[in-house]
Design a protein around this ligand. Structure first.
Ligand code: PHE
Length: 451
């Protein structure tokens, strides 16, 4: 089995696949709404710091484990620390991406719906447009249908196998995605009233910083870089031995951060131009943009429809590549550890995510009364994953690499046996971050959460 394990074909393919996983609804849907909820520029700064100091070390730690072991998260623990309790980290990181997949595909479904709705926004009345999102997510059939469609798309790509499916798909969609967001951001900035949104994004007000801002920023950094759930680990296991872990990590993080900021500039100025409160919550992208497209429709129906369609196509493509990577973690586990056929593994995970996703979708409507620790099902699962499971997984990965693995093995993997000069130069710093800074930072945030 080992010998036939597929690998990504080139550096470009590795970065594109990792960036494809990282860049998704986390950047386009979640980032703007977090920025709005936690007060703008100050949140962005904390988010950037958390990305560099807490998230990057985990990125490297996962890459080292993945490529060293050449298997998915569960198998990696079995190989590098056989017969130890570390297998529970394997379990945790198989479970959490599947939970994320469940609610993620509900939002993925929203973008499927909006893709088709694009043809109507320009012609709707203003009241219908602003009221649409609330009516849509609280209804029963359409969101579930859209969630189903999205999940089937994901399953279809994953069934194609690592190379043919994921590599080909992300190679094509990521560059297109980039061009589309730039066009939309430039358009957003040209709207009257958008200046306030720019100010909101660049002028920090640190007086609003609280522990929950820091928690949210850390959670967002992990979510956005697909960390703590074994996704990066699994992708790194498909990396060739001569591939550069430092370079692909930095490359991926650069693209991810860039896309998030870009998405902020595509969304926030439009939020202000539309007179919507920046703290409007998870629906903000889906509430703001149709309003704008509707306004635009007065000038040119065709332009409005075109931009709307492109925008939601962009979101959908980005969401797909991320969701694919979540499913891939579970598929790697079931095929490699349980000897299941790929098809069976995909079917099982799809079924699980479908059922849990339906509950999440209904939590905006008929099940809105169901509260877990004060939150609806969807919000509860999102908070559970972003604020707890991802940081916990990340913390354990850094402890594993920093304290359990032999430093010489980590060095070998990080520097490709000492052959990479730049990697050698930064190794000590990276190890310091992995051993002390990242774990201490995450634990401090956990403690502040509990208090
Ligand atoms: N990083 C993805 C995004 O930004 C979400 C994700 C989280 C993907 C965890 C895989 C694992 O949309």
């Amino acid at each position: 089995m080992e010998k036939n394990r597929e690998t990504f074909g080139s550096r470009f393919a590795v970065i594109m696949a990792m960036a494809g996983s990282a860049i998704g609804l986390g950047n386009i849907w979640r980032f703007p709404y977090m920025v709005g909820e936690y007060g703008g520029a100050a949140f962005i700064i904390v988010y950037i710091v958390a990305s560099l100091v807490l998230a990057m070390p985990i990125f490297f730690a996962e890459s080292v484990i993945g490529r060293r072991s050449g298997s998915g998260t569960f198998g990696a623990m079995e190989k590098l620390a056989p017969g130890t309790r570390w297998k529970w980290l394997g379990f945790l990181t198989v479970l959490s991406p599947i939970i994320i997949l469940s609610y993620y595909s509900v939002v993925g479904g929203w973008s499927v719906e909006y893709l088709f709705k694009s043809f109507e926004f320009a012609g709707m009345t203003e009241g219908d447009v602003t009221g649409f999102f609330g009516k849509f997510i609280s209804s029963v059939q359409m969101p579930i249908l859209a969630h189903t469609a999205f999940l089937l798309l994901v399953a279809g790509v994953v069934l194609g196998g690592v190379r043919k499916g994921i590599e080909q798909f992300t190679k094509i969609t990521m560059p297109i995605l980039f061009v589309l967001i730039v066009i939309i951001a430039v358009y957003g900035l040209s709207l009257p009233g958008s200046g306030k949104g720019v100010e909101y994004l660049v002028r920090p007000d640190f007086s609003k910083l609280t522990p929950s801002t820091v928690t949210a920023a850390m959670g967002q950094a992990f979510f956005s870089l697909s960390l703590g759930v074994g996704t990066i680990l699994t992708y790194a296991s498909y990396m060739k031995k001569d591939e550069n872990i430092l370079a692909s990590g930095l490359g991926t993080a650069f693209f991810d951060l860039f896309f998030a900021i870009l998405a902020g500039f595509a969304v926030m100025p439009a939020v202000f131009a539309a007179g919507i409160a920046p703290g409007a919550g998870p629906g903000i992208v889906f509430e703001t943009l149709p309003f704008i497209f509707n306004k635009m429709g007065a000038a040119s129906q065709l332009l409005s429809t075109g931009i709307s369609f492109l925008f939601f196509f962009t979101i959908l493509a980005a969401a797909l590549t991320s969701a694919i990577s979540m499913m891939e973690v579970g598929v790697a586990y079931l095929t490699e550890e349980k000897g299941m056929r790929r098809r069976t593994a995909v079917l099982l995970i799809t079924l699980f995510a479908w059922v849990v996703g339906i509950l999440c979708s209904l939590s905006f409507g008929p099940l809105s009364g169901v509260r877990i620790l004060g939150d609806g099902i969807f919000d509860f699962l999102d908070k559970l994953c972003s604020n707890w499971l991802l940081p916990l997984g990340g913390l354990l990965f850094t402890i594993f690499v920093g304290w359990k693995m032999k430093p010489s093995d980590v060095y070998d993997e990080f520097t490709n046996g000492g052959t990479l000069k730049a990697n050698r130069a930064v190794f000590k710093t990276v190890l310091l971050l992995i051993r002390f800074v990242a774990p201490a930072g995450i634990i401090a945030v956990f403690i502040s959460l509990l208090i």
